[in-house]
Design a protein around this ligand. Structure first.
Ligand SMILES: [Zn+2]
Length: 157
């Protein structure tokens, strides 16, 4: 258990499952949602979307850290290296006019999965990201976005 931990006893971490190749049930993240993976980090299309910012990505460390408090700095570098690659891929393939990242810690910080994750959002003029409500996507809906980013990253790294 890390510093300021909120994960319940016996928590089955969904992000550790994704990193280790486990297929999540129902609407959950599938292996084909992964757009980038190396020895340190995994980046995948989020299963929860905001209506005007479709196809946003989560970057997670492959090792389990719950939040920013115990995240290793070497890992933070790798997370931002991957976020930069994803941001460039979004700029080129989504044609977004901006990029935002956000990262939540503890329930009062709106964290809802107990494994550190950095959101990378495509942004557009007047998209009202912070005023809109998220919704659960279907795996099929995510595939075109995953394919675009994965293809760009493969061709440019
Ligand atoms: Zn985990």
């Amino acid at each position: 258990m890390g510093l300021y931990s909120h994960a319940p006893e016996g928590y089955e971490c969904p992000f550790c499952q994704i990193v280790s190749g486990v297929e999540r049930p129902n609407h959950g993240t599938k292996q084909c949602d992964i757009v980038y993976q190396n020895d340190h980090v995994t980046a995948f299309i989020a299963s929860k979307w905001w209506p005007n910012n479709k196809g946003h990505v989560l970057v997670v460390p492959n090792l389990h850290f719950e939040g920013i408090y115990d995240l290793e700095l070497a890992c933070a570098t790798e997370i931002h290296r991957a976020a930069k690659i994803v941001a460039l891929a979004m700029k080129s393939t989504y044609r977004c006019s901006g990029i935002s990242t956000r990262q939540h810690n503890e329930p009062d910080g709106n964290q809802d999965v107990w494994h550190y994750h950095l959101h990378v959002y495509p942004r557009y003029k007047d998209d009202n990201l912070y005023q809109t409500r998220s919704y659960q996507t279907e795996p099929d809906e995510r595939q075109p976005y995953a394919r675009k980013l994965r293809d760009w990253i493969e061709a440019n790294s």
